[in-house]
Design a protein around this ligand. Sequence first.
Ligand code: G1P
Length: 298
Amino acid sequence: MHRIRKAVLPVAGLGTRFLPATKAMPKEMLTVVDRPVIQHAVQEALASGIEQLIFVTGRGKTAIEDHFDHAFELEATLAARGKDDALQTVEATNFPPGTIAYVRQQEPLGLGHAVWCARKVIGDEPFAVLLPDDIILGSDPCLGQLLKVYEGLDSDGANLIGVEAIEPDMTRKFGILDIDHWHDDGTSFTARGIVEKPEPERAPSNMAVFGRYILDPSVLKHLDRQERGAGGEIQLTDAIDASIQEGVQTLGHLCEGQRFDCGSKEGFVLANVAYALQDSAIGPNLRPAIKALVEEKD
Ligand code: G1P
């Protein structure tokens, strides 16, 4: 299989659910404990061996670019004051030149359109997509788990999609895979289709797409058609389905780890609690404090 070098991170969304917090700040810069949501996905991608990140941005997102750049005055001040730990933390958000490319999505036409905006930087090679709203807490980076499965496949091209089992009445929030057959390991299955946000009675399964994909470049060719799907948007799901119907092997894989949807207030707050509890500096004190808060309310 072709090595996956590039990952697309769509970050053009407006973040209306978090207004007024996102009025002057990108939603991706909201913090989960001490780092922005976007940094969790970036670290996951780099820890998984991705070499180039392609951010699909929009208006008002320059704080993301600044976050992953040198902050000369800050770094010089920290160095002069001997604050080595803080300096290291800041330097860890800087990568060799060329690691991140930015392309702009001028109109909010959907996730498929956002990925299509990156097509010239992706080129004709398989690539990963990470939806930064989804962050996954676990010992092994989630994308890395998918890459391991992908490297074990023997066909020339394939799509591999991170999935999780959801309650059947939640299907209208997700892309849902149609299962052809489960593989022996019990964690992967071959899909014969995928459908975006179906009503529960029309859903082919309860295996939902969360924000991690490895995609065959043929998906981009299907996106070229710019066809509108669910919600009137150009859907990545529809292009993946077209590639399945054309014969591209497509697998769903259950990744290990706990997923948090930081695109919703509830998921975002839960992510903060979960990440804080496993933080060795603040977790031990927080645990009894959170317990006391919950008991007080009950
Ligand atoms: C997008 C995708 C959907 C996927 C979901 C995961 O939807 O279109 O297929 O299941 O992300 O978070 P969105 O949440 O952007 O509406």
